[in-house]
Design a protein around this ligand. Structure first.
Ligand SMILES: Nc1ncnc2c1ncn2[C@@H]1O[C@H](COP(=O)(O)OP(=O)(O)OP(=O)(O)O)[C@@H](O)[C@H]1O
Ligand SMILES: [Mg+2]
Length: 433
């Protein structure tokens, strides 16, 4: 439904009832208000040329006006461009007036369209009007006719100021909800990635268990079974030379199975770590890697920085082994330097550095995280659980420095924070599913 928009000045005439505006020469013209794209004064005055007269006056003072005609359009304008509703008491008391009040009642929570009502009745009439309007609008101004143009301008300006603040709130609400949506999307994405990674981590652990089971089954058990067969044969053999050969073979078999189980247990957790501490275990790791991988590994580990808690030592050892493996795998044969020192507030700091091709650490934060590998993710998660951290300093063409910083002792607090982390993860996972 169309509304009439006035852009040309129409002289103010007296309505057939009473003049609205006492536009006498004594009134000083109000300052032309600052125009705002959302600012439009909606006018509803069904009698005579009242609406036109008010619109003219406001327009000559720089206000944008519209005479209300359609209710549908009005309810759309309430959230988009209406800044004040100016209406006469006749309009309010008409059947259409009660529909207008219904539209006002249905305003969104940020909106309280200011109402300016022209009235001419007595005190009790005004009170009734006020009650009627206040049930639907937050800000109501009653102007008694005849109204001076100065009073009208001032009232409209006050209404527009209050409305401007409402539009600011509307914009903030919109921004907040967009931000909220983005955040929720990010949390969902991240939770999805974490789930994927956790699943992959479980798979990797399962693969490792299978590998160990395979070594035990295919190598150790086969050798021991062979030894048992030999020993049975030994019981039936009288020939001394044959007996000696069997005993020698069994000895060799036991030696092989001993070596196999020793390297398996060293792989899982070397004895030197428990007997002599982390610094010695890192030296051992360096020696083993040099021997088996033919790569230069320099280890400088200060034993006075050894962690006091065994689980921290075990974890840091595994983390360094993973970082060393990364340096071998991705570092293109560059020498690897491992250094362990004390850090401030009873902490230990371990640097694993290589001069290989390096990489951009930002790629680890992309959506593809985890699809590239699990080693660093795993280290990060475990470091967080002991209130430590992993810092990655790398750039393409500039080598890689991985820095582990961890407390030397296990605090009760860190055990608690691990519990909290797990609880939060579970809650997040439940929310998304
Ligand atoms: N020392 C390094 N030099 C160059 N790139 C590295 C180095 N360490 C890690 N990266 C890069 O970071 C990625 C992630 O490492 P991460 O250890 O998490 O996974 P991965 O080694 O590829 O696989 P996984 O550890 O699961 O076997 C690697 O794929 C590699 O691109
Ligand atoms: Mg790796």
């Amino acid at each position: 439904m169309a509304m009439r928009s006035h852009t040309t000045a129409i002289p103010i005439r007296r309505s057939r009832r009473r003049s609205f505006v006492n536009n006498n020469a004594g009134d000083k013209p109000s300052r032309v208000p600052r125009r705002h794209k959302d600012e439009r004064v909606i006018i509803m005055a069904p009698v005579g040329r009242d609406a036109v007269a008010i619109a003219d006056l406001l327009q000559t003072r720089g206000f944008e006006t519209q005479i209300l005609q359609g209710l549908d359009e009005f309810s759309r304008q309430i959230t988009e461009s209406a800044s004040a509703l100016l209406l006469t008491e006749e309009a309010l008391e008409s059947a259409r007036g009660s529909l207008i009040l219904d539209v006002l009642k249905a305003q969104p929570s940020w909106s309280e369209l200011p109402l300016i009502i022209f009235t001419s009745g007595n005190e009790s009439h005004r009170t009734r009007l006020l009650d009627l309007a206040a049930a639907a609008a937050g800000t109501v101004t009653l102007l008694e006719r005849p109204v001076s143009s100065l009073t009208l301008m001032h009232s409209v300006q006050v209404a527009l100021r209050s409305r401007r603040r409402q539009y600011e709130v509307r914009d903030l609400v919109t921004q907040l909800s967009t931000l909220n949506q983005t955040l929720e999307q990010r949390v969902a994405q991240r939770t999805q990635t974490l789930r994927l990674l956790s699943a992959e981590l479980s798979l990797a652990e399962e693969r490792e268990r299978q590998r160990i089971a395979q070594v035990l089954h295919d190598d150790v058990q086969q050798i021991l079974m062979g030894a048992r067969l030999y020993l049975r044969t030994l019981g039936k053999t009288k020939n001394a030379a044959k007996q000696n050969r069997i005993i020698k073979a069994v000895e060799e078999m036991l030696e092989r199975s001993f070596n196999l189980t020793r390297s398996l247990s060293a792989e899982l957790s070397p004895r030197v770590l428990h007997e002599s501490g982390l610094a010695a275990a890192l030296e051992w790791l360096g020696t083993q890697t040099r021997k088996h991988e033919n790569v230069q590994v320099i280890v400088e580990a200060d034993s006075s920085a050894n962690p006091k808690a065994v689980d921290i030592s075990v974890f840091l050892f595994r983390a360094v082994r993973e970082l060393l493996l990364n340096a071998l795998k991705h570092g293109a044969g560059s020498p690897v330097h491992i250094a362990m020192t004390s850090a401030e507030v009873r902490k230990v700091r371990i640097v694993v550095a290589d001069r290989g091709p390096g990489f951009d650490p930002d790629m680890l934060n992309s959506h593809q995280t985890g699809l590239r590998g699990l080693g660093l993710f795993n280290i990060r998660q475990r470091m967080a659980s002991i209130e430590g951290e992993l810092q990655i300093k790398s750039a393409p063409g500039h080598g890689t420095r991985m820095i582990l910083i961890a407390p030397r002792e296990r605090h009760r607090k860190s055990a608690d924070s691990l519990k909290k982390l797990l609880k939060r993860r579970n809650a997040e996972a439940n929310r998304v599913s």
